[in-house]
Design a protein around this ligand. Structure first.
Ligand code: GDP
Ligand code: GDP
Length: 434
């Protein structure tokens, strides 16, 4: 499972600074969904190849009333869903009443949290931290987020304590793992029911907890699948839970855990910014993607043309992903999704020989030479596969650091075309050895 790290603490203790350091240059996904506060940020980080999700929960002062209380409640919901909670305090200002109240919140939630004393630059870190020992946290980290100090060793400890990633998930959840994601009310639950309601689907027992998405293993036409249901359709008891059920953390985890992500878009609303943020996250995570534009029933022809044009225009960078116009309610177009899912899975898990990749590379280079740098031509010699889901192509040569972005895109397009990679991103790594 991809670990989720939640940052909590009073305003100005350095949460956003730490968030930015942990997620580096990646785009943050800002929670701007109906029913959720706006100031929570979600990003993904990578420490020595280990991926994790970070949430900057924002908005806890320890002394909430009214609207703040609602924000605090939602921050605590994020805390509930996190694997690791980092409670940040300001080593310059010393312990405050707000810190004590937040510590109390955390204690009552029963969630183990680590104390992180920030802004230890320019002072003795032990002295800065001493003030906070009275809060009674077992593990205390001393960092200076603004100077990127102490963060790596903190991550090493935190991630080292978690069980090793993934390996057994594949055994536990068989076949092609499909994540159905999208904004609230786009029709995810309806689609999940449709996908399972297809003829000859055999749903197995489903384990799972309310904290996580529901993982539903089943079989269809001899192929095993596991559907990752972020909407929790099989769990919903009443209408009041409709907004509650939406959770960005579940969505991000489902994306990480999937082979193929179906992003559901509401045709009545068209493509909105949050859809694009979600697409960005799917591609960052290296997952393959199928777009399902839902609620296609009862749309008038002009409206349909307008939506199609919008999808074509705004998703032109995604020309390798299939787009389906469906009605989850009536079932039209839903069966076709399975064809795209199959293609995507094959692309994501494909295995290519070094000979084949090297031949493609050499052809590409012969067609179109890389440029000269510092009086020498960049050389690309051979390629091998470095991984699957997403497929990774490792290219060896020299001066590869200087390879222009446009040339990398040319290589990606060429490999994509020759290898017929559909729906999945391809990741390239370049290595130089003289
Ligand atoms: P947030 O409100 O908790 O998200 O806090 P910010 O990340 O916005 O930081 C608040 C202020 O503290 C900013 O002016 C930061 O530059 C500053 N700050 C953050 N980390 C450090 C640090 O390690 N050392 C010092 N001296 N200042 C820091
Ligand atoms: P979720 O929040 O993404 O899980 O969305 P739901 O599946 O709960 O659907 C939200 C609303 O949209 C419900 O009222 C559904 O009946 C409706 N809905 C879902 N799919 C369709 C569709 O294909 N066509 C139409 N007209 N309505 C739909």
């Amino acid at each position: 499972m991809t670990p989720v790290i939640a940052l909590v603490g009073r305003p100005n203790v350095g949460k956003s600074t730490l968030f930015n350091q942990m997620t580096r240059s990646r785009d943050a996904l800002v929670a701007d969904f109906p029913g959720l506060t706006r100031d929570r940020k979600y990003g993904d980080g990578n420490y020595e190849g280990r991926r994790f999700i970070v949430i900057d929960t924002g908005g806890l002062t320890g002394d909430e009333a009214g609207l703040d209380a609602e924000m605090a409640r939602q921050s605590m919901q994020a805390v509930e869903e996190a694997d690791i909670v980092l409670f940040l305090v300001d080593g310059r200002s010393g312990l405050t009443a707000g810190d004590e109240m937040i510590a109390d919140h955390l204690r009552r939630s029963g969630k183990p949290a680590h104390l992180v004393v920030n802004k230890t630059d320019g002072q003795d870190p032990d002295v800065a931290a001493a003030d906070f020992y009275s809060l009674g946290f077992e593990s205390v980290y001393q960092i200076a987020a603004a100077h990127n100090r102490g963060i790596r060793s903190m991550l090493e400890h935190l991630l080292g304590e978690l069980p090793e990633e993934e390996e057994d998930r594949a055994d536990k959840y068989p076949g092609i793992r499909i994540g159905v994601v999208g904004r609230p009310n786009v029709g995810k639950s309806t689609l999940v029911n449709r996908l399972l309601g297809e003829e000859r689907v055999v749903v197995y027992d489903m384990p799972g907890t309310t904290r996580d998405s529901v993982y539903i293993p089943y079989e269809r036409q001899g192929q095993e699948y596991t559907l990752i249901d972020t909407a929790g359709v099989r769990r919903r008891k009443n209408v009041r839970e409709v907004v509650e059920k939406f959770s960005i953390i579940k969505t991000l985890k489902a994306i990480e855990d999937a082979h193929v992500v179906i992003l559901v878009i509401d045709a009545r609303e068209g493509l909105v910014d949050q859809d694009l943020h979600l697409i960005g996250f799917v591609l960052d995570a290296g997952r393959s993607l199928v777009i399902a534009v839902n609620k296609w029933d009862g749309m008038d022809p002009e409206e349909k043309d307008r939506v199609k044009e919008q999808v074509r225009r705004r998703l032109d960078f995604l020309d390798y992903a299939d787009k389906h116009y469906i009605s989850a309610l009536h079932g039209s177009g839903v069966g076709l999704l399975y064809d795209s899912i199959g293609d995507c899975y094959e692309s994501a898990m494909a295995k290519w020989s070094t000979n084949r990749l090297t031949a493609i590379l050499q052809d590409a280079v012969a067609q179109h030479q890389p440029p000269m740098v510092r009086g020498r031509r960049i050389k690309l010699r051979y390629a091998h596969q470095g991984g699957s889901n997403p497929p990774v192509v490792v290219v060896h040569g020299n001066q590869t650091d200087a390879l222009p972005g446009a040339y990398k895109r040319y290589l990606e397009n060429t490999f994509r075309k020759v290898l017929k990679v559909n729906g999945s991103p391809i990741r390239f790594e370049f290595r130089s050895g003289e």
